[in-house]
Structures are given as C-alpha cells and as structure tokens.
Design a protein around this ligand. Structure first.
Ligand SMILES: [Zn+2]
Ligand SMILES: [Zn+2]
Length: 348
C-alpha cells in the first residue's frame, strides 16, 4: 500500500510503498476513504509522543470500508463502512466496563501506538468495541468530525457541562477550538474566542463567537474578565501551550471550570498552573480525552440538527500525496479549519 511514512522526527515524511497490514484476531483492516490532519499528528511527527516508534505512519481521524476481518470479530463484515474514536479501547477493563472507553487502560491508538490512516489501509483493534457504522454519513464528514469535533463535543457537554447562557472562553481556534465554539454556541453559551491569527478569529466569529480576541500584548485575560463581568464560567485550552493553559485558568470566574483539550506533551515543556487561584476561587481543572464510540449517536444528532456548521469546519481536501506538506503546515494560516486527506491519486 501507499503510505505517508515518518522516517525521522521533524523531517518531512515521504509517500512510499509499505506492506499491507493484516487484521488482529479482534480487529479489522479498513480501506481509508478520508482521514483528517490533526495537531496531534504534528506532535507525533515532532517526536513529542513516547508511544511513537519509527518508522511511523500518522493518522487517527479516519473513515472507510472494512476489507479484512479478524476471526474473533462478530459485529462487522467486509464492505461495512465505518469510523472509530482515536482511542481504540479494549472493551474489558474497569474503565470500559464503566462506559469510559476514552480512558481505557488497555487502549491502543492508530497513528500513535501503531501505524495510522495516512495510508491506503489501516488496521484497527477490538473492532466490536470501537467501530461505528457510518450509515449515510460521507467519509469526508466522518473524518472531519475526527477526534476534534468528538473531543470538543464531550468536553463541552459532559466534562465542563456547559449550560445555556454561560460565558465560555476558547483559547485557540484551530480545528478543535472551532469545534468547541460551535458546540458551545449550539448549546446556547456565549463564546469569546482567542487566537493570534486574524483568519482563525474570523472563522471563530463565523462559528458564532461574540468576540474574537488577539492574545498579543497584555494577553486576553483582563478583557475576558471585563466583558464577562467577572470571568468565564468555563474555559477551554484548545491549543496546548503553557501560555494558553495558564490564560485559560486565569480568565475564569469563581468556581469556573478549565478544560484542557490541546495536548501538552511533557516533551514540549510543563505548563505553570496557578494553583493559588485554583484554591482561592475554587476552580476546577479538568482533562478531556476524546469520546467513546457509544457517544457518536448524540454527536451525530447535533450535526444532523444543522446547529453545528460542519461544512464550515472542513476547509480543505487534498490527496494522500499532499499529506507530508499538510502535516508541515499544521501551525500555519494555510491550515485554518480542518484538512482532510483523500485516497492517493484523487483529483481535487
Ligand atoms: Zn478498556
Ligand atoms: Zn485528532
């Protein structure tokens, strides 16, 4: 198969022929029809993720058709069109038993613990636990939902439990930040977005943010506190930098909830967390790590309602051959919104 292969961390990967994967007994192989390009792929490429072993194939926001099935799989057959959470859960540990597959202790992750979906084919573990039937959903839509809309959906609706009328701050307006804005606005929250890029701030307003601030200069905290008359009820670090994490905590009102969505890998440096404020203001500091497959119907109900502008989130489709360049562009204005890769040779 053709695949985007990372041969050394930080060096632009190449598109080359590699052996086809075989399904594990509990898994399947999927022919990739669409796969999203995400900042966590960029982290893996930069060598920030200790799970990643070279040579490596990135990609975890995929949709496609099952082409091979392991002997123990009961629910899926060749030809089924599916997607999966980026955490492929084991299905048998205590967290899985409690319905919290997104923090499964026996999890694997395509594109991190093993080869991912920047390829013609990808092997997925524990198919009966993790796959979700696409139904009529186009593969590009499912890939654009990827980890980002799913993560944002759960972070807003479950982890922070945002209520209508609350003030929400979203630090960073890339794919997951815009998704967070869209989900919060759909739920009736009032959103202030923060991003240094004018294009990203315009997208944030398109997604329903009332204000979009540039964090340059004195930083956004004072302006958020002023506009919200005391601070945000909930704030999301959708970037994953020491500065955005700290600003997200500082901009909260008393008893506010900070949710960390953007990855903060230890290799990129530890953030300073103002624990004095966490105590004095009784703040909650929460983490959010994806969404289990059984939550997809709730997410698709939101998308189906038309209240979440998924079409606006998907800003670019490219053929697989453009994967290396797309990875290198993750932190640039070119990559505002979500980029989805289509099979090699696709004419855009
Ligand atoms: Zn598990
Ligand atoms: Zn992702």
């Amino acid at each position: 198969m053709r695949a985007v292969v990372v041969e050394s961390f930080g060096k632009v990967p190449r598109v080359v022929d590699v052996p086809d994967p075989a399904p594990p007994a509990h898994g399947v192989v999927v022919a990739v029809e669409a796969t999203g390009v995400c900042r966590s792929d960029w982290h893996a490429w930069q060598g920030h993720d200790p799970d990643v072993v070279l040579p490596h194939v990135p990609g975890h926001e995929l949709a496609g058709a099952v082409v091979a099935v392991g002997g123990d799989v009961r629910r899926w057959a060749v030809g089924d069109r599916v997607t999966t959470p980026f955490v492929t859960a084991c299905g048998t540990c205590p967290e899985c038993a409690a319905g919290q597959q997104q923090v499964c202790r026996g999890q694997t992750q395509p594109g991190f613990t093993g080869w991912g979906s920047f390829a013609e084919l990808v092997a997925l573990d524990h198919a009966d636990v993790n796959l979700f039937d696409l139904g009529e959903l186009p593969a590009t839509t499912a890939a654009a939902l990827g980890c980002r809309v799913a993560t944002a959906f759960r972070a807003v609706t479950d982890v922070a439990a945002v209520r209508a009328g609350e003030w929400v701050a979203v630090h960073g307006c890339g794919g997951v930040g815009l998704s967070t804005i869209g989900v919060a606005v759909a739920g009736g929250a009032r959103v202030i977005a923060i991003d240094p890029s004018p294009d990203a701030r315009q997208l944030a307003r398109d997604f329903g943010a009332e204000a979009a601030l540039d964090p340059a200069g004195t930083g956004p905290v004072d302006e958020i506190v002023e506009r919200t008359e005391g601070g945000a009820h909930a704030s999301f670090d959708a970037v994953g930098l020491a500065a955005t994490c700290e600003a997200s905590i500082r901009c909260l009102r008393r008893r506010g909830r900070h949710v960390q969505i953007g990855l903060l890998p230890a290799a990129a440096g530890r953030p300073v967390v103002p624990m004095d404020l966490v105590i004095a203001r009784e703040l909650q500091v929460l983490g959010s790590h994806g969404m289990a497959a059984h939550d997809y119907p709730r997410l698709l109900a939101l998308v189906g309602s038309g209240r979440f502008p998924l079409d606006r989130l998907l800003t670019r489709t490219l053929p697989l051959e453009a994967g290396p360049a797309a990875l290198a562009e993750v932190n640039t204005a070119t990559a505002a919104g979500v980029t989805v890769l289509l099979p090699a040779g696709t004419t855009i």
